[in-house]
Design a protein around this ligand. Structure first.
Ligand SMILES: NC(=O)c1ccc[n+]([C@@H]2O[C@H](COP(=O)([O-])OP(=O)(O)OC[C@H]3O[C@@H](n4cnc5c(N)ncnc54)[C@H](OP(=O)(O)O)[C@@H]3O)[C@@H](O)[C@H]2O)c1
Length: 266
């Protein structure tokens, strides 16, 4: 039977732009009840209006993924209001443009908080009700950087790798109880991710990198994610030729290590 998200409650973080926004529209077309979160309320409200026009119900709930107490408080409020979340899309994130040698630990920690711990915190909040009901789906936006590290991405790659360890364990524990996980590994997608990437000072990089602007659109990426989610795939890669590096690392490691320092990081 085809999977439908009609009237399913779908909570998307990072819904104010890029892949999260595009995914909100995919779920809205399905008739889902959307909870849209990120920091920029005004952007979320525009996305919410577009979702309503596409046939979805939408609720704007701003939050900052770097603040644990706020995440817990918001999650409690969401659970009271909606009862149970059917789908949690852990998408909100920040990238990095700085070398290990120059990056203060405070910057590494900020990236880990936003890209890894925020998902862990929200997952632990929504999971018990999912298990009690016997259904839940976690869509986790990792990266090809969750499969291999490369220059200027040390903390970002670490956070994305950590997501795989965490959610593979969750899947192993609970998939027989109706809990699904889809790990999404995009390559280069044309979004604002490089603009907000953290530099060594913790300031935003502020540049649309060539690699990003040459990537596929967020809309194409979201359509491919939806296809994989409907097939309940556990892991999906959405990338152009940069995908080859995953296969090189897995099957021809010597070639991977020869090439990886030549991958242009921007
Ligand atoms: N674009 C790519 O090439 C690419 C490749 C692989 C993986 N990804 C992953 O895809 C996901 C989405 O990124 P994107 O490419 O769509 O970039 P984007 O357009 O910059 O979107 C990032 C989203 O995360 C939110 N966000 C960032 N920091 C936050 C915080 N502290 N609290 C709450 N929300 C926060 C932003 O909203 P606010 O600024 O409003 O808070 C925004 O909605 C990220 O996890 C990223 O790592 C992207």
């Amino acid at each position: 039977m085809a999977i439908s998200f009609k009237e399913k409650t779908v909570w998307i973080t990072g819904a104010s732009s890029g892949i999260g926004e595009a995914l909100a529209y995919e779920f809205a077309k399905e008739g889902a009840i959307l909870i849209l979160s990120a920091r920029r309320k005004s952007e979320l409200e525009k996305v919410a209006q577009n979702c309503i026009a596409l046939g979805g119900e939408s609720h704007v709930i701003p939050l900052d993924l770097s603040v644990q107490a706020q995440l817990e408080e918001v999650a409690d409020m969401v659970l009271v209001k909606f009862g149970c979340i059917d789908v949690l899309v852990n998408n909100g994130g920040i990238s990095q443009r700085s070398m290990v040698i120059e990056t203060p630990v405070a910057v590494d920690r900020r990236i880990m908080e936003v890209d890894f711990f925020s998902g862990v915190i929200l997952t632990k909040k929504v999971l018990p009700a999912m298990v009690a009901r016997g259904y839940g789906h976690f869509i986790v936006i990792s990266s090809i950087t969750g499969k291999f590290g490369f220059s200027l991405r040390s903390a970002y790659a670490a956070a994305k790798h950590a997501l795989h360890g965490f959610y593979e364990s969750l899947w192993a524990e609970l998939h027989e109880k109706g809990i699904h996980v889809t790990m999404v590994c995009p390559g280069r997608i044309h979004t604002n991710i490089s603009l907000s990437a953290l530099t060594r000072s913790g300031e935003a990089h502020g540049i649309m990198d060539h690699a990003q602007s040459g990537g596929i659109s967020a809309e194409q990426c979201a359509q491919k994610i939806m296809k994989a989610v409907k097939k309940q795939k556990i892991e999906v890669y959405i990338a152009g030729k940069e995908l080859l590096m995953i296969y090189f690392k897995r099957y021809i490691p010597w070639l991977f290590f020869k090439l990886v320092s030549r991958v242009k990081p921007m």
